[in-house]
Write a protein that binds this ligand. Sequence first.
Ligand code: NDP
Ligand code: BG6
Length: 513
Amino acid sequence: FQLKSSNGFPPPNAVSSTKEPSAAGSEEMDATISITVVGASGDLAKKKIFPALFALFYEDNLPEHFTVFGYARSKMTDEQLRNMISATLTCRIDQRENCSDKMEQFLKRCFYQSGQYNSEEGFAQLDNRLREKEVGKLSNRLFYLSIPPNIFVDVVRCASLRASATIGWTRVIVEKPFGRDAESSGELTRSLKKYLKEDQIFRIDHYLGKELVENLSVLRFSNLIFEPLWSRNYIRNVQFIFSEDFGTEGRGGYFDNYGIIRDIMQNHLLQILALFAMETPVSLEAEDTRNEKVKVLRSMRTLTLDDVTIGQYKGHKKGDRSYPAYTDDPTVPNNSVTPTFAAAALFIDNARWDGVPFLMKAGKALHTRRAEIRVQFRHVPGNLYKRNFGTDLDKATNELVLRVQPDEAIYLKINNKVPGLGMRLDRSDLNLLYKTRYSKEIPDAYERLLLDAVEGERRLFIRSDELDAAWALFTPLLKELEEKKIAPELYPYGSRGPVGAHYLAAKHNVRWG
Ligand code: NDP
Ligand code: BG6
């Protein structure tokens, strides 16, 4: 790692080391890390990536020598990039503390290079500027592809040929969507692997960086009381619910090509399901967890039309406010049948989960914003108190809820006696509400994942075989929906979604939580 050219920089285009030193390891305190956000002018970069980098810096989580570069076609100076970034930086750590000094320090480390995404020349210029900042130190480079997927491969080709680290590691964070189906995803993986090794590719699913999702394994594997119940013997059904109280505003063009099944179910909800259902990994090493997730995905039944119901929001008026239909978006064709809502029943054909319905529900423009995992337990056999519950014994079953957002919480619904001389039963919650238990604000998912990528921790990123298994489950269904142009059931913007979701659940003896 000491090889340097005469000007103190590593020789240009030298072969990258296969060794992956840690960025902040004590033996490499002099290493630099350059983080290049490709697509820096875009929505995700502004909303999530730069603020997450700032939060990491604010909490001293980034290595001492780091530089942030923005790369995109838009013409911008360093100063203009800084202005753009500072418009969205907030002191989320402690609202009361004035953090303008920290912001200034952070912004001084931010630079911008304009260039085309398919231009080797553009990335060679970026490389020159990165070298200036790296001043001959061992340099590690992280690229974040915050761009539309049709240009992923161009960028990876140009960056790997002209701007990868010569000594030190090069890693690339790839944003979803990873293809539209099994074939295009396989093609994307093959193309990326022409330029990168699998361990350089960090496929991000930001739901895996959410606090409650990260806590799922802790809940299961560090509490004796849950793991023994975690099977078909005690669990009646599991529900993964995602709902947003706004439509596809501003992203209709992207969305119409993908739909809710690809946007939310095939990735975010399926990833949570795999973590929920996997066997105990051998260790906390990334590959051990990812191996277990793949096993779950490969044990699942491929979805068919019978297992799903789809919907699309329509406009409606409430008081003097009117809400748009999905197809009112000028970037969406008037006759679009793209689902903005879907519910699905999935099954894992293995010994632990045989016969247990895993229901997913995901929708835009619904009445509320929430993401939850709900675990409904079986009825108490020979329930002594059944007459106290009336005819609806389902209401008496225990339910464990992990509320991923908003208001992160884990609560368990139990039955208890109403205090007094009579024998009346009640349902109550044993509730761990994060905001009352922990005063510190929860980091954004992108903070955790960016830090993991910097540190080379792959556990929360998607391996290519996981991705293949995920697409294998959904591709036949997606093809059939599209070939047959199945019309979605319309539901009013701001409602609870189409009634079809209730029929689907009822078919499996499930009631949505
Ligand atoms: P944008 O549409 O804002 O695109 C990012 C940048 O890419 C733009 O600023 C533009 O920069 C460039 N760009 C846009 N369209 C094209 C095009 N057709 N050809 C070449 N360059 C283009 O995307 P987002 O920031 O919303 O998302 C980035 C990635 O992250 C996407 O893959 C998206 O699917 C994913 N994602 C986004 C989320 C979000 O909330 N926005 C959430 C989860 C994932 P310039 O013109 O300056 O080159
Ligand atoms: C993205 C989807 O992956 O996740 C968006 O593309 C969705 O459609 C978003 O709005 C939801 O993320 P979060 O973290 O706001 O729940």
